[in-house]
Design a protein around this ligand. Structure first.
Ligand code: CP3
Length: 358
């Protein structure tokens, strides 16, 4: 394997000094890019893109060819795991993801099994290998999965939801069933992430998009306890280098201390938490990734530049920051705004280090 030409992302996750603050964006490959929409049209659908390693490689590299990003993220989706469990993922036009067979009765819940990552999910590890080859050491590749809890939300609801009625009713009336689903999911996610690592993912991220819909005690019991099991089961070194794990809970600002003690290397922070305060709370335990409000990208150039500076200033001096958005980039973002963001992150963070050193 080629050595990495740019390892600032991995160095920042290890809380080592870097010449500037590394940057990548959640959902960096996607519909805000005209070249993505062209590839999607060629493939026929989002799932056809994600399930074909050549297409997945093509769209993974698209944002890197446009912007000076410091990491690539595998083009896939968190819902590939429940799809491989037989729930039947589909996308209804304009409605987001749905499952044909959501988990609603005890029989189907008891029959749930963790998929073999070498079987139904083989297209994912094939894509990881092909992307690594295409990257040729340019930047590290991030693999990812949904958290056991966030996957359970989709599996029980059968799609996204405003109130998570089916999930909450199971949580409070049959917690044993929810625990069973979470236990299977934790095993599935750990083996899925390990398969990505063995195939060449150089860091992994756990997306707990819906953990923030829980109470504080519910978060510990139904989300964090199972993410912790996943993290404990991960391969932590590959190709002679540590494979760091980033844990992101959207709406998890209240629980950063507990998240930092989960065994992960870094926390993803959404835009509602001040990065400086987050840093004071977690200390030297973990690196931080975030947390520009994705809505800033709808504003003119000067506002983007000043909000980027605000995030970098909030983190403050010293290593351990990976710049990102606080959640995924919107499909209505102008690509030119992302170019402005990338330029400001790199130039301002370089300048800050030089003035501090002087
Ligand atoms: O970051 C990246 O560029 C890698 C690719 C990636 C996708 N989904 C591609 C995608 C990643 C990391 C995800 C994660 C994901 N998927 C999450 C967790 C992150 C988060 O946003 O909190 C969640 C909740 C999902 C589930 C999902 N998949 C939703 C809700 C949707 C529909 C919303 C939307 O943006 O359309 C998807 C589809 C999806 N996943 C798209 C992409 C590029 C859009 C599909 C299309 O082309 O129509």
């Amino acid at each position: 394997m080629q050595p990495l030409a740019n390892d600032t992302f991995l160095r920042a996750l290890a809380r080592q000094p870097t010449d500037y603050t590394p940057l990548w964006l959640m959902r960096q490959a996607g519909r805000y890019l005209p070249e993505y929409n062209a590839s999607r049209k060629k493939a026929g659908s989002f799932l056809a893109l994600a399930k074909n390693p050549a297409f997945a490689t093509e769209v993974t590299l698209q944002p890197l060819d446009r912007f000076p990003l410091d990491a690539a993220i595998l083009f896939s989706d968190i819902l590939t795991v429940p799809d491989a469990m037989g729930l039947g993922l589909y996308f209804a036009e304009g409605e987001g993801p749905r499952f044909e067979r959501p988990l609603r009765d005890e029989t189907s819940i008891r029959a749930l099994a963790a998929p073999d990552p070498g079987g139904e999910l083989r297209y994912v590890t094939d894509a990881v290998r092909e992307i690594r080859k295409a990257l040729a050491g340019r930047v590290p590749l991030i693999g990812f999965s949904g958290s056991p809890y966030t996957l359970a939300c989709y599996m029980i609801e059968g799609g996204g939801s405003d109130d998570f009625r089916a999930l909450k009713s199971m949580l409070y009336s049959r917690p044993d069933l929810l625990h069973h689903i979470l236990e299977v999911n934790a095993r599935a996610v750990a083996s899925y992430l390990n398969a990505q690592i063995e195939a060449g993912a150089q860091a992994v991220m756990i997306f707990d998009t819906w953990g923030g819909n829980l109470t504080t005690s519910g978060y510990e019991t139904f989300s964090l306890a199972y993410s912790r099991r996943v993290i404990a089961g991960l391969v932590r070194e590959h190709e002679g280098r540590r494979v760091p794990c980033i844990l992101f809970t959207k709406g998890g600002g209240h629980w950063l201390e507990a998240m930092a003690a989960s065994g992960c290397d870094a926390l993803g922070i959404d835009w509602s938490t001040d990065l400086g305060k987050a840093r004071t709370r977690v200390g030297a335990q973990v690196a931080l990734q975030g947390n520009l409000d994705p809505g800033v990208l709808f504003a003119p150039e000067q506002a983007i530049r000043s909000e980027v500076r605000r995030v970098l200033d909030a983190f403050g001096p010293g290593p351990g920051h990976v710049f990102n958005l606080g959640h995924g980039i919107s499909q209505f973002t102008a690509p030119e705004s992302v170019a402005v963001l990338a330029n400001e992150v790199h130039t301002y963070s370089t300048k800050l280090r030089q003035t501090r050193a002087a």
